[in-house]
Design a protein around this ligand. Structure first.
Ligand SMILES: NC(=O)c1ccc[n+]([C@@H]2O[C@H](COP(=O)([O-])OP(=O)(O)OC[C@H]3O[C@@H](n4cnc5c(N)ncnc54)[C@H](OP(=O)(O)O)[C@@H]3O)[C@@H](O)[C@H]2O)c1
Length: 239
């Protein structure tokens, strides 16, 4: 089976591509670096020739409002149009748990637009919503940093390792399109502030974490459960 991974050079893409190759699939790692651009359409027709599955693990170079929306809308429309022309049978896209609850943020409004285009399109699909990545806990702490303090809300989340995300994506690529959203995550829930505190301590980083339920997560008002997957999510053992 030929699989094209759009965003194949990224954090998730670069872990997913070898997993698919190990399983014997002809796998193309596509991105602007390799001459394939889902925003301009450059190289897409050639890359998608004979593909059974296209996986979209792209990310926008800019998270600013108009730019991020334009990126995900244009890229998704192009991918779906080129996939229709190439008779691709399965579009798999990576999104984020809780996207519809996070639309105060430009980034998540753009991810929701991406999901809605896929749902309204003609290509059979699976949208995979993953929880936050463990590898980004430090980035979350950096975002909440003021001087030598890190200000974070105690919102619960169930982070998963990038390697687990890639393993789950590989399993989904092997399966049939389900034409709905699947959520994935690890079973343990941690308060954001608590995990950031542990992460900084392990790094011997002297910043102090200040917890405040009124604080926002990336500018988004979040309750204790905003970032949690729902009860039907696939947890440990499935991927
Ligand atoms: N961060 C989280 O905690 C989290 C959680 C769940 C889901 N996700 C989702 O996971 C997805 C992938 O994230 P990531 O961290 O793996 O991304 P990343 O490391 O930033 O990689 C982005 C990829 O997109 C490619 N790309 C950028 N512009 C492109 C274009 N015009 N055409 C084709 N490819 C393009 C890049 O290619 P070049 O290398 O050539 O520039 C790169 O391969 C994102 O959509 C994100 O929403 C993230």
């Amino acid at each position: 089976m030929k699989v094209v991974v759009i965003g194949g050079s990224g954090l998730i893409g670069s872990k997913l591509v070898p997993k698919l190759r190990e399983q014997g699939h002809e796998t193309v790692a596509a991105s602007p670096q390799s001459g394939v651009n889902s925003v301009t359409g450059e190289g897409l027709a050639e890359a998608l020739k004979g593909a059974a599955v296209v996986v979209d693990v792209t990310n926008s170079p800019s998270w600013e409002d108009a730019a991020v929306l334009k990126f995900f809308e244009t890229s998704t429309r192009n991918l779906l149009a080129y996939e229709a022309a190439a008779a691709v049978g399965h579009h798999v896209a990576l999104s984020v748990v809780g996207t519809e609850r996070l639309v105060e943020s430009d980034f998540f409004r753009a991810k929701l637009a991406q999901e809605n285009l896929i749902k309204a399109g003609s290509i059979p699909y699976t949208i995979v919503r993953a929880t936050q990545f463990f590898e980004f806990v430090k980035q979350i702490a950096d975002f909440g940093t003021m001087g030598n303090e890190v200000h974070l809300p105690p919102a619960l989340f169930q982070p998963m390792a990038v390697d687990d995300v890639a393993r789950a994506m590989a399993r989904i690529v092997m399966g049939s399109p389900v034409n709905r959203i699947i959520e994935i995550g690890r079973p343990e829930a941690f308060p954001l502030d608590e995990l950031a505190r542990r992460d900084l301590a392990a790094r011997k980083d002297s910043r102090e974490v200040i917890s405040d339920p009124q604080l926002r997560y990336y500018g988004i008002r979040s309750s204790e459960r905003t970032l949690l997957p729902d009860d039907n999510a696939q947890l440990v053992g499935w991927f």
